[in-house]
Design a protein around this ligand. Structure first.
Ligand SMILES: Cc1ncc(COP(=O)(O)O)c(C=O)c1O
Length: 389
């Protein structure tokens, strides 16, 4: 059966595409809009920057911020969530002896960024161990809170974990950490478009997210939102003309120009919100609900057919489902085994996510559902894996 709206994407029809989560996928209509913007820019690059860019950017900020419950004054576009998390980390006040808390389900690149910043400040990173298979959200909350020490200043936490695809109770965790004097940077790379977001209500110091994953914007569209108390502190990784402005104006000016770049992914976010939200009656709430239902159905089928062990309870599933990959499928280090799993399935025309996580021997297989996916798409994956033992 053809998937709902499948023909609105340019995805290779010869491929069973079950990894929307890693890099998103953009509907043709949004790419066409981006092409129009690029044509406008290239018709006269000077006019575009001097005249057209600012109003387009201001409108994009208002629309995008509104979609995630952020006030525009504390919202800035960045290239991606990795940039957002790095920006927050490099801007945080950290002294020698301070501790940054992360979990061992956190996206590896962001653990590495925390370790880089900690080393330079004489601080350290404490990695909270959480099992590969989580029983309930309370287990994660308890593990994090019981790891806070008098030296803990900052926590970096995924809203939706990457390898294990678990939706964490981030507002509960951020509030409890704030009570203990710990600021939270949320890595919400997967959250916009997957979860009904109200970033300002979460109580984090900084929330970083992506538009190019679940909102399906062109690649290179991320954001960060900064709580008012941190707006004079958080500065982009690249310092440019905005640094010459008055203190109160710097946040906006510095983030809105970090040197010449292609702004069309960010200027296309509104088009993506409209296009994808418009594909279902009921708009974005219906899209999120449908994608979660498909992810849960694919999960049930994989468990029933192959006896796979999921990484957590159904209540922690968003639009992705992850499983511990059985040992017979793997060879080499966990990172090598994850890449091997992806490549072996790619050869059979099936695209999945697979990755390892810090300090664990486990490898995780992950499937994703968006409007171009049907639960039946998991059939070829089940057939392929059945033969693997
Ligand atoms: C939790 C998490 N953080 C960060 C990223 C990186 O996203 P990006 O490459 O868009 O910066 C990912 C990507 O999958 C992720 O899962």
């Amino acid at each position: 059966m053809a998937a709902l709206n499948r023909d609105r994407w340019d995805l290779d029809p010869a491929t069973t595409f079950l990894n929307h989560g890693s890099f998103g996928a953009t509907p043709r209509q949004v790419l066409e809009y981006q092409t129009q913007l690029r044509s406008l820019m290239e018709a006269n690059p000077v006019r575009f920057v001097a005249v057209e860019y600012r109003p387009l950017l201001a409108a994009a900020i208002v629309r995008a911020a509104g979609f995630v419950g952020a006030d525009p004054d504390g919202f800035a576009f960045v290239a991606n969530a990795t940039t957002g998390v790095n920006t927050a980390l490099r801007s945080a006040d950290l002294d020698p002896g301070d501790e940054i808390l992360v979990t061992d389900h956190e996206y590896e690149a962001c653990i590495l960024a925390a370790e880089f910043v900690a080393r330079r400040r004489g601080a350290s990173v404490a990695i909270v161990p959480i099992p590969s298979t989580v029983v309930d959200p309370g287990q994660v909350v308890e593990a994090i809170l019981s790891s806070v020490t008098p030296s803990t200043r900052l926590a970096i936490l995924d809203h939706v974990t990457s390898a294990t695809a678990l939706v964490l109770p981030i507002a509960e965790i951020a509030a409890a950490l704030a009570d203990r004097g710990v600021a939270t940077i949320v890595d919400g790379a997967h959250a916009p478009g997957m979860i009904d977001l109200d970033v300002a209500a979460i109580g984090a110091a900084v929330y970083a997210g992506n538009w190019h994953k679940w909102v399906c914007a062109p690649k290179g569209a991320g954001f960060l939102w900064v709580t008012p108390a941190w707006r004079d502190r958080v500065r982009p990784l690249v310092i440019s003309h905005g640094a010459g402005r008055e203190e109160g104006e710097q946040f906006r000016a510095m983030f809105d120009w970090t040197g010449t770049a292609d702004p069309t992914p960010q200027l296309s976010v509104s088009a993506a919100i409209d296009a994808v939200g418009g594909m279902m009656e009921g708009g974005w709430p219906a899209v999120r609900e449908r994608n979660r239902a498909v992810a849960l159905e694919m999960r049930r089928r994989l468990i029933d057919a192959l006896g796979l062990v999921p990484t957590g309870p159904e209540s922690m599933v968003g639009s992705m489902a992850a499983f511990v990959a059985p040992a017979p499928w793997l060879s080499g280090s966990p990172a090598e085994a994850a890449t091997g799993l992806i490549l072996r399935l790619l050869e059979q025309g099936i695209t999945v996510g697979a990755s390892a996580r810090r300090g664990s021997p486990d490898v995780f297989l992950r499937v994703s559902a968006h409007l171009h996916t049907e639960a039946d798409d998991v059939g070829p994956l089940i057939e392929a894996l059945r033969g693997w033992g």
